[in-house]
Design a protein around this ligand. Structure first.
Ligand code: MLZ
Length: 265
């Protein structure tokens, strides 16, 4: 078994600092996850955000739930923190005068939705209201700085949380760059995004933090390129991914990232 990723060592090796806790819209102590697989709840449809749908907890991972919308397929699962404002107890929508909607891509005829809804809720185990935690307040202003390290959800593989570096800052947005992945997974997000976490988050929630990729030498906050083989380089070479043919310098010139609003490659 290869040696474990260790933030303390990694921060020293990369001569970087961790983004301070108060930069993030995350609770200082991750919320407890009391949910159980099979429980039902209401969730905003990620593909049609004006719809509130019925979702089932398909998996539990740290402070997050793996959710699947009832009546949807198994190809569109999504992950939400237990203190996300996108989820709520069953009954909340109706109480507010809203109507539960079929998910985008509802697998049956739209006319069968009312009966489907009755059936899916009949005898269902509904997640108790106490399991839903209050979303932390928005941090203002954006206090991230280029070079700061964090843990971030890989939006192309949203079950993964990976070591990342702030590559750029513009207004309320930050450019999240994934260490060792040559930009393929990088994205812009708001500084109050629920997809970014302080260093140490995964070890508190019990999530498995992914090790950095091995496609580039390690990002230093000073933007220098690591030339001598270090412990980090050796470790990352043990990771299963193939090396890029021509490792490009990682040092990010200001403004190199995509502007906010454009999707990642
Ligand atoms: N094995 C996949 C996942 C990469 C995850 C990167 N996360 C920043 C791949 O190599 O594409």
């Amino acid at each position: 078994k290869s040696e474990q990723f260790n933030w303390d060592d990694y921060l020293k090796e990369t001569e970087s600092i961790a983004a301070p806790l108060h930069c993030f819209r995350q609770s200082r102590i991750p919320p407890t996850n009391d949910f159980k697989v099979g429980m039902k709840l209401e969730a905003r449809d990620p593909r049609n955000v004006t719809s509130v749908c019925i979702a089932t907890v398909i998996g539990i991972t740290g402070a997050r739930l793996r959710l699947r919308l009832d009546g949807s397929d198994n190809k569109n699962d999504f992950w939400r923190l237990v203190d996300s404002s996108d989820i709520q107890p069953i009954g909340t929508c109706e109480k507010k005068g809203g109507m539960l909607q079929p998910p985008l891509g509802f697998q049956m005829n739209a006319s069968s939705w009312p009966m489907f809804l009755l059936r899916t809720l009949n005898g269902a185990e509904m997640a108790p209201a106490a399991f839903f935690k209050k979303e932390p307040p928005k941090p203002v202003p954006n206090c991230f700085k280029v070079g700061m390290k964090l843990e971030a959800i890989d939006r192309k593989n949203p079950y993964l949380i990976c070591p990342a570096t702030i590559g750029d800052v513009k207004g309320d947005e930050v450019f999240v760059t994934f260490d060792g992945w040559r930009g393929a997974f990088d994205y812009w997000c708001r500084c109050d995004s629920r997809d970014i976490f302080p260093v140490g988050w995964c070890s508190l929630t019990g999530d498995a933090l992914q090790p950095p990729g091995n496609n580039v030498s390690i990002t230093k906050s000073s933007a220098k390129i690591q030339s001598s083989p270090s412990k980090v380089t050796r470790r990352s070479m043990q990771s299963p991914q193939k090396s890029a043919p021509v490792p490009a310098p990682r040092g990010r010139k200001p403004g190199r990232g995509k502007p906010p609003g454009q999707s990642a490659v």
